[in-house]
Write a protein that binds this ligand. Structure first.
Ligand SMILES: Cc1ncc(COP(=O)(O)O)c(C=O)c1O
Length: 369
């Protein structure tokens, strides 16, 4: 993979790219909290009070009181028994899985799961079996091939980054034996999905009894860090057994301070979520009216169908000409690249109309796409 060109934020919805200021429909700072002055003020306050870094593991001298405060707020926000934070979201499922090593007979993983979950599955020290993307029937078939007396852990994203589709957790729990647990990487769903933003578990209306939820604080929460939302028993196990927990310096206090501010904002301002999904619905409706085949998914992602290479180049050119950064995505285990627009609650109707005008005009010129 070639190294991407540098990009820098210059406003709430604009980036500097190749010496131009362009409208931005990418990244997962859905509520633009990373640009919110309240988070910046909270980070500055924590920096002044606590310094940049604790320079020690939490199991030695790095267990600053701000971490317990953040964990308490996160557990309350998500209505989980406990929250345990990590330096980033990638580490959260790895740490949970390493603490659970040896407890499961198989790891069953969605074939399109995020890389963090494939790495986490390896930490479980058991055979890893892939099942078809979001396919409960194939999951059942895969499980039946594992033999009798199985105790698997299912690993899946909550919201899939490619198109915003959600893992059918309710169906999975219905068909799986009671002993099976699910580890959900809810990086894309936490903070946005469900009536109060608790994420995919709330959206799918499933209890936490058999589900471990991992999330990042770098997307909806606009800060940085990762979190495992689980039972107290699992929290204790991770602290006792996880080398990723014991062997790392925790989140810098300024970022923990910013995350604390973010949790409070998201809890107090549900209108942001409403606005976000109104914006998503507007873009989808405009593009569909022009003939684009746009999936209806619960996430804040609008993905175009895969285009021939020449058309991709043409659309990139038109987006740039209209002053829009072309958010083209191809990474990890994706078979094809695609345009993926991530919508924000802070995009104005002018921004959304500008994007739609380009994509709708493109469809008019190439109706067979
Ligand atoms: C599904 C998923 N899991 C985990 C991560 C890692 O989170 P972080 O960037 O906080 O390490 C990401 C980040 O992009 C993600 O999309």
């Amino acid at each position: 993979m070639t190294e991407p060109e540098p990009l820098e934020f210059v406003g709430t919805n604009e980036v500097r790219f190749q010496n131009r200021t362009l409208l931005y429909f990418s990244g997962c700072d859905y509520f633009r909290l990373a640009r919110d002055p309240r988070l910046a003020a909270a980070a500055k306050k924590s920096l002044a009070a606590f310094g940049l870094n604790v320079a020690a593991s939490r199991i030695t001298t790095g267990n600053h009181q701000i971490y317990a405060r953040l964990e308490k707020e996160l557990a309350t926000f998500f209505d989980a028994e406990s929250a345990l934070i990590f330096p980033n979201g990638y580490l959260a499922p790895l740490a949970a899985a390493s603490a659970l090593a040896g407890e499961f007979s198989h790891a069953l993983i969605d074939e399109s799961a995020h890389a963090a979950l494939f790495d986490a599955a390896r930490m479980l020290a058991c055979p890893v079996k892939k099942f078809r993307h979001r396919d409960a029937a194939d999951l059942k078939k895969t499980l039946s091939k594992c033999g009798g007396n199985v105790r698997p852990l299912l690993l899946t994203d909550g919201v899939f980054s490619q198109d915003g589709a959600v893992a059918p957790l309710r169906d999975y729990l219905k068909i799986l034996p009671r002993a099976v647990k699910i580890l959900v990487d809810d990086a894309y769903g936490a903070g946005i999905l469900g009536a109060t933003g608790k994420g995919t578990l709330e959206f799918e209306n499933v209890s936490r009894r058999r589900v471990i939820q991992c999330a990042t604080l770098s997307k909806a929460f606009g800060s940085y860090g990762g979190v495992v939302l689980s039972s107290w028993a699992l929290r204790k196990k991770i602290i006792a057994r996880s080398r990723a927990f014991a062997g790392t310096t925790p989140l810098p206090p300024p970022l923990a301070g910013a995350a604390l501010a973010a949790v409070k904002i998201l809890a107090a301002e549900p209108a942001r979520r409403k606005r976000l999904f109104q914006n998503v619905a507007f873009v989808r409706q405009q593009l569909r009216a022009a003939g684009w085949d746009i999936a209806e998914t619960p996430g804040a992602i609008v993905r175009l169908p895969v285009l021939p290479a020449a058309r991709e180049r043409e659309l990139k050119k038109r987006l740039l000409a209209a002053g829009i950064y072309p958010p083209y995505l191809r990474y990890g285990n994706m078979a094809h690249g695609t345009f993926r627009f991530i919508i924000s609650s802070e995009h104005t109707s002018t921004h959304l109309e500008k994007l739609c005008a380009v994509v709708v005009g493109f469809k008019k010129d190439f109706p067979k796409l």
